[in-house]
Design a protein around this ligand. Sequence first.
Ligand code: NAP
Length: 312
Amino acid sequence: MGHSVLVAAELQNLLEPEQLAGLDVTWIGATQPTPRGDYVAIVPLLSRWVGGTEFKYLPRLKVVANCAVGHDNVDVVAAELRGITVTNTPDVLTDATADLAWALILACARRVVEGTELVRSGRWTGWHPELLLGVELRGRTLGLLGAGRIGQAVGRRAKPFGMRVLYSARNPRPDFERETGAARVELSRLLQESDVLSLHVPSVPETKGIINADTLRRMKPTAILVNTARGDLIREEALAAALEEGRLGAAGLDVYLEEPAIHPRLLAAPRTVLLPHIGSATLETRRQMAAIALANVQAVLKGDPPLTPVFR
Ligand code: NAP
């Protein structure tokens, strides 16, 4: 008998048999409650909350190997108190997520979704010099809220587009500044000067609701807001109001407060590009995320240090 482990059923097609060697896997579907029992590991998707109650009903749990870089779905403090290791999947999803942030930036700047809808509707009457005029990115300012792995990767991609890069973060990133010419500024300046503001901080108490009625009012009325981080960074009703009243240029969103539900006012608001949380969704990346999650499980169960612990 192998080690009893719980693994998200949705990962089954992305895993190779050798990655599951020595494991007695119970596959759990996203809508299924977390089972109780003598499981020693759980590999959840980011949609599954793993906290005090789960730890109580999984008394032999040694590791939560989250299949995401964000770990706001895991009560890491409760885990630490019980001596349970928490791991995530950093780095392998950085490029895919940065690419998607740029897909949203370009889609918003050049009104790609409105263009597609016009063509499909049959209402396109032909080339017109003022049809769907967008924003020229060259010479404009990209603001990054958070310049960790993904924020920096988004910033590096700004160079060939000729954008100036500003960022806000608690710690300076001198290598990133040298490479891209980016400048670290306070949040107030970031809000005021960004033509494109892209969010890359984790969801933690200090960042939840950081984009709200007040901060939105301090942004340029033409600015593009992009969120590929976590939905709860933005107050969705305040964002919808800003878009409805023309106080914000556009919003490109991949994540929402209560996924898969989207605030009805945001869904109806003009100038949005709304994606279904696909930041890391390339086959290569999703395979690597699943592989790292299982490698973390195998390491912890062998008594080795985890590959990518949330806290070292
Ligand atoms: P990371 O390398 O840890 O970067 C996080 C950045 O946020 C750092 O610059 C950090 O810098 C800053 N930060 C951390 N705590 C903060 C706080 N309390 N207040 C302000 N800034 C804080 O993470 P990453 O790999 O770039 O991922 C970023 C986030 O993207 C993840 O947490 C996840 O939620 C999200 N994500 C979403 C998708 C998707 O599918 N859409 C895919 C991957 C990741 P300082 O410590 O210097 O402030």
